[in-house]
Design a protein around this ligand. Structure first.
Ligand SMILES: Cc1ncc(COP(=O)(O)O)c(C=O)c1O
Length: 498
């Protein structure tokens, strides 16, 4: 006991930070506001932190107040079933995939999926066939997925002995890009394959006409939404909806897997927070969301004045598979800054000089999450900062044509075509050794490599490491982007199969 380390005092650091003037353009969507909405009246978390005592039901065997609450939520969303998730969308994705695809089966999956989808495939020993999103070159971003690409994959898979048991896509992406979910759902229905949509970033969609339509409305069989990302809800809270007339989902199997992937002590604070958030949104969808959308439209209008920085806007709709765009995500590209600023540099300037914290940065863009809880003052600070930075960039010496994006800067969007040698689960059980990245071309990866956020892998275990992939990882390192997945946290070495 004598030589124990001093406690770092996380709680104190959090408290100090949260009292500072740093403004959050990141999750959670409640933005820590206690002066608007219901958060001020919400009971102190300690005062309602119960367990499964008499009268309070059990999430894993819901037949009382939790059953009633989830059935009420399903009626709000127009779902057949709605499940409360306290382990984030992560557990919803894991449960949905494991329920929809039998062990050892095949899944058709968008390559730009969150790592939880890959983990589900690995746990249930699935074979993955990938669908690739389009690339929005002018922004260096991933675009949408095309229904015809999915149809082609399903046609060719029909002739194989192991056709996919489910299609899994992410829409919207982290950057707010929405795919043609209605078209994709139509294709899936023609082939009687359930469509699972990771709508983690679109929990606000059902509540405002200015936002894209939710995947549930567009015909997806299962939709997973993180409440905590874009709505006033505690971190970790999420929902899983099953469409009423799906007929392709075994809800018994789904509920079994929800038990597997959720804690056996689900927090009543989180579940009460989920219910209160939905109740608030159902009541306020008209007024609050319309006001929020109007504030965003004004802000976007003024940011169009920027010359060197560029805001991803609705004029992208119809290009690169972008079917619709979530205007609440502010994606600011540095690609037109004539090579004078990277995404991480812009994020750093916003942090250090303006005390504005972004949700994420790519190689050449930053993404800010805005929600109906953002204050006018917060949005005004972001606007002023971006206009000022843009002004400085525009008056600098290297004035390239701002209509032309910097070449070869789309690193964050590039998803090299994978060359699967072994399925993930098999590669993960093989012996490995760590070697420097520079020597890894031609080897089979024993690890994931992804930027987090967004958590979309560049390479997964069992895939061939090519010069292209190694070059991309080198670029990530040079641009100081958040590389994760590797045992070597410095990203100098990678484990490869022996
Ligand atoms: C597209 C997508 N899906 C799923 C998740 C996991 O969500 P959660 O953090 O709620 O578990 C994330 C997390 O960022 C995500 O970006």
């Amino acid at each position: 006991m004598e030589d124990r380390r001093p406690c770092p005092r996380l709680y104190r650091q959090l408290d100090e930070y949260c009292r500072s003037d740093v403004y959050p353009f990141h999750m959670p969507g409640h933005k820590r506001r206690m002066d608007v909405g219901f958060t001020a009246e919400f009971p102190n978390p300690y005062s309602i932190d119960l367990t499964e005592i008499d009268g309070f039901d059990n999430l894993h065997h819901a037949e009382g107040i939790l059953r009633e609450s989830m059935d009420w939520a399903a009626s709000v969303y127009g779902a057949g079933r709605t499940y409360y998730l306290v382990n984030g969308s992560t557990c919803g994705v894991l449960a949905a995939i494991c329920a929809a695809v039998p062990r050892g089966g095949t899944i058709l999956m968008a390559r730009n999926c969150h790592k939880s989808a890959y983990h589900a495939a690995s746990l249930n020993e699935l074979n993955i066939r990938y669908i690739y999103p389009q690339i929005a070159e002018e922004f260096g971003l991933q675009g949408g997925l095309l229904p015809q690409d999915i149809e082609e994959m399903l046609i060719s898979a029909d002739e194989t002995s192991d056709p996919p048991a489910a299609v899994f896509i992410t829409s919207p992406t982290y950057d707010g890009v929405v795919s043609d979910v209605r078209g994709i759902a139509g294709v899936c229905r023609r082939y009687s394959v359930p469509l699972i949509v990771d709508e983690a970033h679109g929990a606000h969609f059902p509540f405002g006409e200015m936002f894209p339509a939710s995947a549930l409305e567009m015909g997806a069989d299962i939709v997973i939404q993180s409440l905590h990302k874009t709505l006033p809800a505690f971190t970790q809270t999420a929902l899983l909806h099953v469409r009423a007339d799906s007929g392709l989902i075994d809800t018994g199997r789904l509920e079994y897997y929800l038990q597997v992937f959720q804690t056996s002590s689900p927090s009543y604070v989180l579940m009460a927070g989920i219910e209160r958030c939905i109740e608030y949104m159902a009541d306020k969808r008209r007024g609050e969301m319309q006001r929020f959308a109007a504030r965003l439209a004004d802000l976007r209008g003024r940011l169009r004045r920027m010359e060197r920085l560029r805001l991803l806007d609705r004029d992208m709709i119809g290009k690169a598979g972008v079917y619709d765009l979530d205007i609440s995500k502010l994606v600011v590209s540095t690609r037109y800054a004539a090579g004078r600023m990277s995404g991480s540099e812009l994020a750093e300037i916003l942090r250090r000089s303006y005390h504005l914290e972004m949700e994420m940065c790519g190689a050449d863009y930053v993404t800010a999450i805005t929600t109906l809880m953002d204050s006018r003052e917060g949005l005004a600070r972001l606007e002023a900062a971006l206009l000022e930075i843009d002004g400085k960039l525009s008056s600098g010496p290297a004035k390239a044509d701002s209509a032309v994006p910097a070449p070869a800067a789309s690193a964050s969007a590039a998803l090299p075509r994978s060359q699967t040698v072994l399925p993930i689960y098999e590669a993960q059980s093989r012996p490995v050794r760590a070697i420097p990245f520079e020597e890894a071309a031609g080897c089979i990866s024993g690890e994931y490599v992804y930027l987090y956020p967004p958590g979309t892998p560049v390479v997964v275990p069992g895939e061939l490491l090519t010069e292209e992939i190694i070059g991309l990882i080198r670029l990530y390192r040079e641009r100081r982007l958040p590389i994760q997945g590797l045992c070597d946290h410095t990203a100098a070495a990678i484990r490869v199969l022996i």
